[in-house]
Design a protein around this ligand. Structure first.
Ligand code: NAD
Length: 454
């Protein structure tokens, strides 16, 4: 039996496309095809593999505008963001291509012979992606996995399969071998689950909610299947009184409103030192009100809609009517709209202050001193990212070392670069992606000793 998924434009609620969902049998057949393709790929000359990946990058580059506009339609991303996201896929492929011929093993000095270690591909990799950044997150797993000699089966989120399907077509157009990179749209508990359970899939790269990630980790444990998890976040934006308060306030809106707050790195806990609190809030209110919310295909728009009605209901449930807040604007009518919202009278242990909302909602909490700031920043099961605003270099370093999170930025809100490692502490994840070691996460280390005494 096959099921159809209607893909809705979140800004208009119109149907953009209908996609047939993959079944467990489809996953089985895809694994068989991928296994054959992987063997040939791993045996090909490294320089040829690198060349094909660079060609894939160039083909993506030629289709940036098409991919971006497709993402605007299926995910409601602003056009500027969507262009960056398609460009990020190109950059990830180029960066990974550079690693193919640098995936060096080691030669370790030992007695009585020669000892070498090889980095071998794992085989078939299952990449399970969320809907919030469909293209970049698919590529975080796919590009280094292919570069390290693996095949990839990508399961995009139910609501956002279109750019993934298009990327698979572009891979073929670029000359990548058939079946090496396949996309299996479908339900998480059907196609996703089948990938996790399949004995022919060597590793799962999962990005999504902590709830589903825990379940996948438990299922992988049964087969000692390799797993990387990129999960939720509730990241702090720590503003010390000695910071450039104007710059900190100006940068705050987009630190949690980018992608309508549907960002695992969103700085949704704004922690402000009490002595600078009034000044900061005075500057923050007009900055929030000035954020341009509306048609995501308009170049001037800074924030679009939420992904779906159910996400809108979820966000609404976190924000009680009449709550003390700074509110921005949002369009009326069709589409899944929620205004930028900063809650000002929230208890530090309220659900909206501790749970991942995944919408354009932040809380602001005052703190007294450095120790208090670190305590509040760490008072969460998550540990993905965070920002520290201060002019004191010593404090910037002390607090960066004390905050238990994988990706911190000082006097900025940057988190993700393809060339630097990314991932979470605590319940934000397991393992790292991106950066100089991205390819090794898709290899098995084999040690060989060759006796010279015979
Ligand atoms: P989700 O966990 O609901 O779904 C993620 C993916 O898993 C989807 O493709 C879904 O179909 C699939 N899935 C669901 N149940 C499954 C199962 N039983 N077996 C296998 N696959 C299954 O998450 P979402 O709502 O799509 O994404 C939002 C979440 O992703 C947020 O929590 C966000 O913080 C997180 N996220 C994390 C990062 C990071 O790098 N740490 C990046 C982006 C998003």
């Amino acid at each position: 039996m096959s099921f159809e998924h209607h893909i809705l434009n979140p800004a208009t609620e119109e149907v953009v496309a209908t996609v047939t969902a993959s079944t467990a049998a489809d996953v089985d057949a895809a694994v068989v095809r991928a296994t054959g393709a992987q063997r040939a790929w791993a045996a090909a000359a490294p320089a040829d593999r690198a060349r094909l990946l660079r060609r894939f990058a160039a083909t993506v580059d030629e289709h940036i505008e098409e991919l971006a506009r497709l993402e605007v339609r299926e995910a409601g991303h602003t056009l500027g963001n969507a262009r960056w996201e398609a460009g990020n896929v190109r950059d990830l492929l180029d960066f990974a291509a550079g690693g193919v011929e640098r995936l060096n093993g080691r030669q370790i000095p030992v007695a009585g012979g020669l000892d070498i270690t090889l980095l071998e591909p794992l085989g078939v990799i299952g990449v399970i992606a969320p809907w919030n950044f469909p293209m970049p997150i698919a590529a975080w797993g796919t590009a280094p996995a292919l570069a390290a000699g693996n095949a990839v089966l990508l399961k995009p989120a139910e609501t956002t399969p279109l750019t993934a399907l298009r990327l698979a077509e572009l891979a073929l157009e670029a000359g990548l071998p058939e079946h090496l990179f396949q996309v299996l749209p479908g339900a998480g508990d059907v196609a996703g689950h089948a990938l996790v359970e399949h004995p022919g899939v060597a590793k799962i790269v999962f990005t999504g909610s902590t709830r589903v990630g825990k379940r996948i980790m438990a299922e992988c444990a049964d087969r000692v299947k390799r797993v990387t998890l990129e999960l939720g976040g509730k990241s702090p934006n720590i503003v010390f009184a000695d910071a450039d308060i104007e710059a900190a306030a100006a940068a705050t809106p987009m630190s949690f409103l980018d992608n309508s707050g549907q960002d695992c790195c969103a700085r949704t806990r704004i922690l402000v030192q009490r002595t600078a609190y009034d000044r900061f809030m005075e500057l923050l209110a007009p900055a929030i009100e000035a954020v341009v919310v509306g048609d995501p295909s308009d170049d001037k728009t800074q924030m679009g809609p939420l992904i779906s009605r159910s996400q809108l209901e979820r966000v609404r449930a976190y924000v009680p009517g009449g709550a003390e807040a700074i509110r921005g604007s949002a369009p009326e009518g069709p589409g899944f709209w929620f205004p930028p919202t900063v809650l000002t009278g929230t208890a530090p242990d309220a659900p909206v202050a501790t749970e991942e909302v995944f919408g354009p909602v932040a809380v602001v909490l005052p703190f007294d001193d450095e120790q208090d700031a670190v305590r509040l920043a760490n008072a969460t099961p998550y540990g993905l990212s965070g920002s520290i605003w201060t002019r004191d270099v010593g404090r910037a370093l002390r607090v960066s070392q004390a905050v238990r999170a994988g990706n911190l930025s000082v006097n900025s809100h940057s988190s993700v670069r393809y060339s630097t490692p990314f991932g979470g502490y605590k319940q934000s994840g397991l393992g790292r992606e991106l950066g100089p070691d991205a390819l090794t996460a898709f290899t098995e280390t084999k040690n060989i000793f060759i006796s010279t005494e015979a």
